[in-house]
Design a protein. Structure first.
Lengths: 292, 402
């Protein structure tokens, strides 16, 4: 009896130690996130004001605002989404609704996974070689948008597919039994039900696109360009590239530090808003679907 | 009639959807074509810049010099022809930068009209001379011997250590240091991220109550959403000076800084995938273990973790993949010195960082440009291999459990 008590005490002690280690490690992970966020917010909040957001950079990017970079990033987000949303959603619909568990389905999934695993700098190389040099778009919004769009395509495809998969088959069967065609079923029944999750995926990919630097380095990003783009064949500044430039190779790194903090905060703020929006949408629509 | 239109319309839509689904395949094919078309061009070129050549005295028995030998000669590490297999004769360097040491301005002529003659004379008179000159000057009437340089080969490209793509007279294209640098930083990152990530995922899946889990989950997603430049900026401002002070180093931009930043960045990948894997453990198995008197930790360690080991392996490999391909953060914090790393407290340079830092300055279509695309090919092959391994590991799991 005494021995078995000892064994029990021993194993419970082990459990305590192990679980506390897990707790501490999880805390480290959370703390590193908190450290990064609070550091950027603490240093950047004093820089942010209306002028900073709406003025052109001045004095070798040590003063003024980041307006052209914000506009540039918005252009790139819009451009890449125009490309990635229709193709990605269509592709997801085809994979989930039209293909059976066939070789083709597995092949497409493998290719989508592989595309998702390719490093962003390789997309940059590819975009430069195809869009900038071969198709002669030059460094332009369209070249950058297509490169970025291609990069987030797997995200859009996967989330669409997951969203469609979560729609119960009985809805499809019900619609088909009422005499609707396959397309009508998809349009009127499946897509509306999957819509919230598809939108969530798209919002998250917007967040990803807005923060990527490597793919736009050689396809669109301008070092310093204090004017707004007038066509899709113009170069633009972009927030992430701007942050990279002023924190590593600007004309005066020390003096432009505040601008760098501000830019980092705007970038993080954008990502935060995007994440919160995605979560809120998920919750809101989740309730709505259940109520129906 | 209407029915006919309807069914045609449906066919058209289905066709459009099908075409959309082919785009990922098309994209991969295009990436392979464009990347490798430029990258393979590296191996058909001489490392000496086009329009220039190396010339020696016509009695010199040397016919060919490798890129490395040329560099050593011009860096004056090799000063005698005997070292590279020639006669015992000291090497005299002659190039247009130091031509005033050999000839006066009047001898060369105001518009360099006598320059070809000077070069020709000098190489003829001195048996040990090696000159790096434009091919314009070695045309008709030139009496020296033009050396050939072997073209860049794949084995050389991968096995040589020195990466000086813009070096004169011969570009040094050895990527071994870059490959090792990439692996070194990624290895460090995974050493940091794996224990943290695994512990967090086990905590989320097995220990934490649902409330804590619902609080942690969005935080991890947020960690994944932070742009890599912001990580790089944080590393540059906080981690780099911290390491410099802590270890009393001349510079803080080290492999360690890169590993820490990459480790944080790889965390979300590892946590999400291994947590998903841990959650696939059937409840029946866990409950059976608990019913046999095992406590929660014993169940976790001996049932849950072994059951989900393939998922955890996949998470670790994907984490490494993320670290290998990451560009901006590494570029900003590792110092970018193209040397083979010996410790974590030295600057290193990775493949993605090299591409990002140098492509802007490399003239399009030149050797340097193509060599950077060849680096892209190496990166592409590594990440493809990682994807295939992950696919293999995950498929193995299905086989075992059925």
């Amino acid at each position: 009896m005494i021995i078995s008590k000892k064994v029990i005490r021993n194993k419970n002690l082990k459990e305590k130690i192990a679980f506390n280690i897990f707790r501490v490690f999880s805390a480290i992970v959370v703390l590193s996130l908190v450290a990064i966020l609070s550091f950027i917010i603490y240093n950047g909040i004093s820089v942010i004001n209306w002028t900073f957001l709406t003025a052109m950079p001045e004095d070798g990017m040590t003063k003024g605002g980041i307006f052209p970079a914000i506009v540039g990033t918005l252009c790139l987000v819009a451009g890449s989404m125009i490309f990635a949303i229709p193709i990605g959603v269509f592709s997801g619909i085809y994979i989930n609704e039209y293909t059976k568990d066939s070789f083709y389905k597995r092949f497409i999934k493998l290719m989508t996974n592989n595309l998702a695993g390719i490093p962003s700098i390789v997309f940059g190389l590819f975009g430069m070689s195809l869009f900038v040099n071969t198709l002669r778009f030059g460094d332009s919004i369209i070249a950058g948008s297509l490169t970025l769009g291609l990069m987030v395509l797997p995200v859009v495809i996967r989330t669409t597919e997951e969203a469609l998969k979560s729609v119960d088959n009985s809805f499809r069967h019900g619609s088909l039994a009422l005499g609707a065609t396959k397309l009508q079923t998809i349009r009127k029944v499946v897509l509306p039900m999957a819509f919230p999750n598809i939108i969530t995926g798209i919002i998250l990919s917007v967040g990803r696109v807005s923060g990527e630097t490597a793919p736009i380095l050689f396809t669109v990003a301008a070092y310093f360009l204090p004017k707004l783009p007038s066509s899709i064949f113009d170069q633009v500044m972009a927030l992430p590239y701007h942050l990279y430039v002023i924190s590593t190779s600007g004309t005066n790194i020390e003096e432009s530090r505040p601008i760098a903090y501000g830019t980092a905060l705007v970038l993080i703020g954008f990502v935060l808003i995007v994440n919160l929006a995605a979560n809120a949408l998920r919750k809101y629509f989740g309730k709505k679907v259940k109520m129906n | 009639m209407i029915k006919f239109f309807k069914s045609t319309f449906e066919k058209i839509i289905e066709g459009t959807l099908f075409l959309s689904s082919t785009i990922t395949t098309l994209a991969i094919v295009l990436i392979i074509v464009f990347l490798f078309r430029e990258g393979i061009g590296t191996f058909n070129q001489s490392p000496i810049e086009e329009g220039f050549s190396l010339v020696v005295n016509k009695n010199n028995p040397i016919n060919e010099l490798s890129a490395q030998q040329i560099k050593n000669i011009f860096d004056q590490n090799i000063t005698n022809w005997k070292t590279v297999g020639g006669n015992k004769d000291s090497i005299i360097l002659f190039n247009l930068d130091n031509i005033s040491n050999f000839y006066s301005d009047s001898a060369i002529g105001e518009n360099f009209e006598f320059l070809p003659q000077c070069i020709s004379d000098y190489t003829e008179k001195h048996s040990g001379v090696v000159a790096f000159v434009s091919t314009r000057y070695t045309g008709k009437g030139f009496t020296g011997k033009i050396l050939t340089t072997p073209k860049v080969t794949i084995t050389q490209f991968i096995s040589q250590k020195e990466w000086f793509p813009t070096a004169q007279p011969a570009a040094q294209l050895g990527v071994l240091a870059l490959i090792l640098g990439t692996l070194w930083v990624s290895f460090g990152a995974i050493v940091i991220a794996l224990p943290l990530g695994l512990a967090t995922s086990i905590y989320m899946a097995e220990v934490a109550n649902p409330k804590v889990r619902n609080f942690l989950k969005p935080l991890v997603e947020l960690l994944a959403g932070i742009p890599s430049v912001v990580y790089g900026f944080f590393g540059l401002v906080i981690i780099v000076p911290g390491i410099q002070k802590l270890f009393d180093l001349p510079v803080g931009e080290t492999a360690l800084a890169g590993s820490i930043v990459l480790g944080i960045m790889a965390l979300p990948t590892i946590i999400t995938i291994s947590e998903d894997a841990l959650r696939t453990t059937p409840k029946a198995m866990k409950e059976a273990s608990l019913a046999l008197g095992a406590n929660k930790w014993q169940t976790t360690a001996r049932v849950v973790i072994p059951y989900s080991s393939s998922g955890i392996t996949a998470a670790a490999i994907l984490g490494i993949g993320r670290a290998i391909g990451e560009t901006m953060a590494v570029l900003m914090v590792t110092g970018n010195a193209a040397v083979i790393p010996h410790s974590f407290l030295e600057p290193v340079r990775t493949i993605p960082a090299t591409i990002a830092a140098e492509l802007g300055e490399a003239p399009q279509g030149g050797l340097h440009y193509k060599a950077l695309f060849a680096l892209g090919c190496i990166l592409f092959i590594i990440t493809m291999a990682i994807n295939l391994i992950v696919g293999y590991v995950s498929s193995k799991k299905k086989y075992n459990t059925r």
